[in-house]
Design a protein around this ligand. Structure first.
Ligand code: UDP
Ligand code: MG
Length: 328
């Protein structure tokens, strides 16, 4: 972190209203243009703003360039990671350091357009806690990016119940309460709207500009979609399972209970008449007992899960409570 006072740096505004968080991984050619665009937007704002660049362990000149921005512009703050941790941890660090009442996230490769920020704010202020950007006219490759992303978005909208067209768009605005105290990992940043929605956050979307990548290269391939889909299951689990483990385990024990019942009943049937070997009278109920034990075990595991969740308060701390208590 360059945050500790660096000789010669202008002093930072203490109380910005807007924080813009930008993860940076090897974007040296994009940075000067990006900084100029963000500064131009800030100049037109009626309140104090800050931009937090989080350098995710770049090995090109990005870090030096960011240090220069920090010295030149009092609205710039910089977080430097020691190595590459990924876009989600970078955003998380940005959230941790953001001091604004409103927090905007955007990519640092010029694909998102800072000129959309005033529109996002205006839309948020019509009564939302999150406004997500929708890259309706997305400038990325069809087969490797847009099609997989469309499938993932449909699944996400369906499973999370938040009908966003484009969860993967980094350009989003949040009221600070939504993103403070989050603990994001993996690809979870794109699920903030889904997680927040379960606590009653008001979520909207807005069509935003999307530009082709001119400099540098994308850091992701098709494998990201696969990871996103797995993360989707994690989130579904976290939200549903964490609140009612017994429910889930009871559901899982049902087929075993059913099987146990079937084996008991078939043990009662007069096997002589059905011309089945008489020993089944013993074998079937025994198998039934095995299934019954399995079902009971699963149920008890559910009870144990219930106890663990209740006493640790884990899901409340991680996702749910923090959001609901601070969303206005
Ligand atoms: N990024 C990052 N760490 C990474 C990969 C990417 O901070 O490990 C940043 C990157 O510099 C950019 C944003 O995350 O600002 C989005 O990355 P990219 O443009 O490669 O993703 P795409 O737009 O292709 O989905
Ligand atoms: Mg990009």
């Amino acid at each position: 972190m360059v945050e500790a006072s660096v000789p010669g740096a202008p002093s930072r505004s203490r109380d910005p209203y807007l924080s813009v968080v930008v993860p940076i991984y090897e974007e040296e050619e994009n940075l000067p243009i990006l900084q100029a665009e963000i500064a131009a937007v800030f100049d037109r704002m009626p309140f104090a703003c800050e931009v937090i660049y989080v350098d995710d362990g770049s090995r090109d000149r990005s870090r030096q360039i960011l240090k220069r921005f920090y010295l030149e512009d009092a609205r710039v703050r910089v977080v430097l990671f020691r190595r590459n941790f990924g876009q989600t941890p970078a955003l998380q660090a940005g959230f941790d350091h953001a001091r604004g009442r409103l927090v905007v996230t955007m990519d640092g490769d010029l694909q998102n357009d800072p000129a959309d920020i005033p529109r996002l704010i205006a839309h948020l202020e019509t009564g939302y806690d999150i406004v997500a950007g929708w890259r309706k006219n997305r400038q990325d490759a069809w087969l490797s990016r847009r099609v997989p992303s469309m499938i993932a978005n449909r699944m996400m909208a369906h499973l999370s119940g938040v009908p966003l067209h484009d969860s993967g768009c980094t350009l989003k605005i949040f009221r600070a309460g939504v993103v403070k105290n989050l603990r994001l990992y993996a690809e979870l940043h794109r699920f903030i709207p889904a997680m927040a929605k379960t606590t009653g956050a008001r979520v909207a979307e807005l069509v935003v500009n999307h530009r082709e990548r001119r400099f540098g290269r994308s850091k992701y391939g098709i494998m990201r979609t696969v990871r996103v889909i797995f993360d989707l299951m994690t989130v579904k689990m976290l939200i549903q399972f964490a609140s009612r483990p017994l429910h889930w385990f009871a559901l899982m024990s049902m087929p075993f209970l059913l099987a146990a019942g079937l084996f008991f009943v078939s043990g009662l049937i007069d096997v002589e008449r059905w011309r089945i070997v008489g020993e089944f009278k013993v074998t079937f109920p025994t198998i039934g007992v095995l299934f019954l034990i399995l079902a009971v075990q699963l149920f008890l595991l559910g009870l144990l899960g219930e106890l663990v969740v209740k006493s640790s308060g884990v899901h409340r701390r991680v996702i749910l409570d923090t959001i609901v208590s601070e969303v206005r």
